[in-house]
Design a protein around this ligand. Structure first.
Ligand SMILES: NC(=O)c1ccc[n+]([C@@H]2O[C@H](COP(=O)([O-])OP(=O)(O)OC[C@H]3O[C@@H](n4cnc5c(N)ncnc54)[C@H](O)[C@@H]3O)[C@@H](O)[C@H]2O)c1
Length: 320
């Protein structure tokens, strides 16, 4: 019998595309999407959907029992920029949702868990270039502290209770189907929309702020790949470094100008600059490559071509 999957936080930037990918792979009826709010039309109409607050353990347990769920992907979280504004709400959501899912794993009510971490686990004292899997980790943001703690708890539940929890540290994710949800790398999505609709963009980071990024197709592939790997290959049970490309806003603007020569980028840094300054510029993902064969496919060149192609189709109204 094929497995049943629950995605929590399915209506967000990653969850939407992850739901589609998992439904294609396992069959729509086997993949239950859930969120605290409803999602886009395709997500709502392409398979089962439940309203679920990830901090409500009883409701989560009930849904897991009703749909006979084997695997949970926990995508609900408050992201870096929003978390700085609502620290306690972020802490409660990011930690309690994880504890709830880990508890289901410990009680053997589910077999496998995916929980995403982030490059935000690193901090200002971490070496910035080609940041290693194991290095100084002193996150200085609310979000980073919650992800770092989450990693420790994942490893703990794996070692103490045998919970099969798997995780990657996503870099900033670039996608065209769904808008980002309040992170520090959101500029790298907004810029493509504004380049097409207005011909200019005011960036909230300085032009030379280098950050690690990834196109969504790569992020989804990495997620499916770590979840499908044999358990013994997944040696890191905190979270794996994951990399694809690194660039600055200035470099991105230049690449867009090659396709849209009149595009202009201005820079008005805000509070998100301090968050970005505390994160690495580039990531060493050799552990993921060696352990479960990870390799990115999209660089800035390919990502920009893909973003502009798909967004111009949707701007012309002929996408869906
Ligand atoms: N997008 C990125 O660039 C990025 C980078 C690194 C890590 N991540 C991590 O990946 C995960 C998903 O990120 P995303 O970008 O899709 O976020 P998002 O903000 O786009 O989506 C999060 C979803 O969670 C839902 N949600 C919020 N509170 C909830 C609750 N109490 N119960 C159930 N659902 C709730 C929201 O409605 C939203 O649909 C998060 O853990 C995030 O920290 C994302």
């Amino acid at each position: 019998m094929s497995k049943s999957i629950l995605i929590i936080g399915a209506c967000g930037q990653i969850g939407t595309e992850l739901t589609h990918a998992l439904r294609e792979k396992h069959g729509a009826e086997k993949v239950v999407a859930s969120d605290i709010r409803e999602g886009d039309e395709y997500l709502m109409n392409s398979g089962p959907f439940e309203i679920l607050d990830a901090t409500d353990f009883d409701a989560m347990e009930e849904i897991v029992a009703y749909w006979e769920i084997d695997e949970v992907y926990l995508m609900a979280a408050m992201l870096s920029a929003t978390a700085e504004k609502f620290p306690m709400r972020a802490w409660n959501l990011n930690m309690n949702s994880l504890f709830n899912v880990l508890k289901l794993g410990k009680e053997k009510k589910i077999d496998k868990i995916f929980w995403p971490s982030s490059i935000a686990v690193f901090g200002p004292n971490t070496p910035k270039d080609n940041t290693a899997q194991n290095t100084i980790m002193e996150p200085s943001t609310v979000y980073g502290i919650s992800k770092q703690s989450g990693e420790r708890w994942c490893e703990y539940y794996h070692q103490k209770f045998g919970v099969d929890v798997r995780s990657v540290r996503y870099p900033g994710l670039i996608s065209w189907k769904t808008m980002p949800g309040g992170g520090t790398t959101d500029y790298a999505v907004e810029v493509y929309h504004k380049a097409l609709s207005e011909g200019n963009y005011t960036c909230f980071l300085k032009p030379d702020t280098e950050l690690p990024m990834m196109f969504m197709d790569d992020a989804i592939r990495a997620t499916l790949s770590i979840m499908e790997s044999d358990a013994e290959k997944v040696k890191v049970r905190s979270s794996y470094n994951l990399a694809a490309m690194s660039f600055t806003p200035a470099k991105m603007a230049k690449r867009i100008q090659r396709q849209l020569p009149d595009f202009k980028m201005e820079y008005v840094p805000d509070f998100r600059q301090a968050i970005a300054d505390s994160w690495p510029g580039s990531i060493d993902d050799s552990a993921a490559r060696e352990d479960w064969g990870w390799k990115a496919e999209f660089d800035l060149e390919k990502t920009t071509a893909e973003m502009l192609k798909n967004l111009s189709a949707s701007h012309q109204g002929n996408l869906f």
